[in-house]
Design a protein around this ligand. Structure first.
Ligand SMILES: [Zn+2]
Length: 308
């Protein structure tokens, strides 16, 4: 079922201003763009996007205007979880960055992952010594694919303020999530409240200044109707600083990726992708993996010791 949804103008998540921006690309979506398939994690990119603008003051890239947060929340709730094949590689990628937290004195008592899918990363966190793991995930389908253990530790929802008591977690993680958030300030404020003093955030997301987005321009898969904000190292640091965090580290992410998933991401015609995919599977090299900079960045940010 498709409807034309009303659109609302967005604010810069750093400057908090409406307008004061330069258009990068005009909108190219159709009313039928608003369905749960388009709002499913890691689906095949199809280059459908809102009008994309860049803030004149701070350089943050955002979609403007967009559907309401409630409409998007409904779509995420119905969305499906389809990246099981890549879970082992994602665990290795995210695990490498989780290890970096130890040098900042991170404790291994409690970890929260926002947008945890089927909980594969939290299972990894448990295997490396976290005693209390907790996830939030809006997709019912994703949670239905979680292990029996993880099902007891995932809440089916978005992170709305007040869901947990203050100073509950040592670590909060979110991967490929912040680009999808309608109110980034609200998210980061709530994370700040939930972290114990000295607690850390690990966030990995797309890099709008990556070589791939310069080369592909509007054809880059990051310009996508699911993305409300698109960051680079500078703007990601600024939005964390604006929300009282101290930046520990920011940089380019090296992703562990299989040949088959690389084919899935490349901006090639879909019939060609299907042929390549069957060839890879036939020759049994589809599962071969590499580390590549795939246009992602990471940030490690902390709530200062002794902070209220
Ligand atoms: Zn701005």
């Amino acid at each position: 079922m498709t409807h034309t949804k009303p659109l609302f103008s967005t604010k810069c998540a750093i400057c908090n201003t409406e307008g004061n921006s330069t258009e990068l690309y005009g909108a190219n979506f159709e009313p039928e763009s608003f369905n749960a398939t388009k709002f499913s994690a890691r689906r095949v990119p199809d280059k459908t996007h809102y009008r994309i603008v860049k803030c004149n003051r701070c350089g943050l890239v955002r979609s403007d205007p967009v559907v309401s947060a409630d409409v998007a929340a409904g779509l995420y709730h119905q969305s499906s979880f389809k990246y099981e094949d890549e879970v082992e590689n994602l665990k290795i990628t995210y695990g490498r960055y989780l290890k970096k937290l130890t040098k900042y004195g991170q404790k291994k008592e409690s970890i929260l992952e926002i947008g945890c899918g089927n909980g594969f990363f939290l299972e990894y966190a448990k295997s490396v010594g976290f005693t209390h793991v907790c996830g939030i995930e809006p997709s019912e389908d994703a949670i239905s694919k979680a292990s029996d253990y993880m099902k007891q530790h995932i809440i089916c929802d978005m992170l709305n303020p007040g869901k947990f008591e203050s100073e509950t977690f040592d670590v909060i993680c979110f991967f490929q999530l912040i680009d999808h958030i309608y109110d980034v300030g609200l998210l980061l404020n709530e994370c700040y409240r939930l972290l114990k003093p000295g607690g850390l955030i690990l966030c990995i997301n797309h890099n709008v200044s990556a070589l791939s987005s310069h080369l592909l321009g509007e054809r880059s898969p990051i310009f996508d109707i699911e993305h409300t904000y698109l960051f680079d190292e500078k703007t990601l640091s600024k939005v964390f600083l604006a929300n009282n965090f101290k930046i520990k580290e920011v940089g380019t992410t090296m992703n562990r990726i299989s040949l088959n998933y690389l084919n899935h991401l490349l901006p090639l015609p879909s019939h060609f992708k299907t042929e390549v995919s069957s060839f890879l599977k036939y020759t049994k090299v589809a599962a071969m993996s590499f580390f590549l900079p795939l246009g992602n960045i990471y940030i490690i940010a902390g709530k200062p010791e002794g902070a209220p």
